[in-house]
Design a protein around this ligand. Structure first.
Ligand SMILES: NC(=O)c1ccc[n+]([C@@H]2O[C@H](COP(=O)([O-])OP(=O)(O)OC[C@H]3O[C@@H](n4cnc5c(N)ncnc54)[C@H](O)[C@@H]3O)[C@@H](O)[C@H]2O)c1
Length: 226
């Protein structure tokens, strides 16, 4: 997404807990991008990150993890950790970006998932977290509209996209090959998605071409949700 935004001429602040990964992206993208360390689970970290920014046009709440396991497998600590990153992170990011966005207006893009719409027996924590993001997005969209803030808030719902998160999920499985084959089989298009196919939706939601879209679920999943 950072690559796609820079290609559109945006100035991008990449914020992540992974400082080495952030530095590598900035080295690739040049002066259109800069990096700030952010732990989305810590409120002070959000405030510190936003303190380095002027008015912002776009916030992408993208940080996330996927905990594999059913209600019988997942521990309370694992469940809390999933919600801390995937839900409380989105809540704090959205809450604290408002002072930087209220006046000029902007677009908040929340990364939910197909798993935020449809359940899987082995994704109890991830389903709970991403479903929370789906409706938090709509609640924020309604609030911004009611207050007359020129801010839109939408959610993206990818199917399985081949990024490092997939490798981390496979590493949690007893049978990674079978799990990968099941990912492919669940997408009628017959393959996993590519990160750039998600980035294109984010660019659209960030742009004025999507000015009438708010509170909406953007599914991009190779037909998996049909
Ligand atoms: N890849 C998929 O199949 C898929 C499908 C649906 C939704 N998603 C969602 O897309 C988003 C991006 O995932 P991805 O596939 O690029 O995975 P990824 O693992 O490559 O990226 C996740 C990023 O979040 C960062 N992160 C983790 N914990 C953090 C924290 N506490 N503070 C700040 N940053 C933190 C990681 O360092 C990493 O850069 C996630 O929200 C994920 O749930 C991914």
């Amino acid at each position: 997404m950072a690559r796609a935004f820079v290609a559109e001429g945006a100035a991008v602040v990449i914020a992540d807990i992974d400082a080495a990964g952030g530095a590598a992206m900035v080295a690739e993208l040049g002066e259109a991008a800069r990096f700030v360390v952010l732990n989305v689970t810590k409120e002070q970290s959000w405030l510190d990150a936003f303190a380095t920014c002027g008015p912002l046009d776009v916030l992408v709440n993208n940080a996330g993890i996927t905990t594999l396991g059913s209600i019988e497998d997942v521990t309370l600590d694992q469940f809390r950790h999933e919600l801390d990153i995937d839900v409380l992170g989105v809540f704090m990011g959205t809450k604290h970006v408002l002072p930087l966005m209220k006046e000029k207006g902007g677009s908040i893009i929340n990364m939910s998932s197909l798993a935020g719409i449809r359940a899987t027996g082995t994704l109890v924590a991830y389903n709970a977290a991403k479903a929370a993001v789906t409706l938090m997005t709509k609640s924020c969209a309604l609030h911004f509209a009611a207050q007359g803030y020129p801010i839109r808030c939408n959610s993206i719902h990818p199917g399985a996209i081949h990024t490092p998160i997939i490798d981390k999920v496979l590493a949690q499985s007893d049978d990674p090959d079978a799990l990968y084959a099941s990912f492919v089989a669940s997408h009628p298009i017959g393959r996993l998605g590519k990160p750039e196919e998600i980035a294109a939706i984010a660019v659209y939601l960030a742009s004025d071409e999507s000015l009438f879209a708010t509170g909406a679920e953007f599914r991009i999943d190779g037909g998996a949700s049909i």
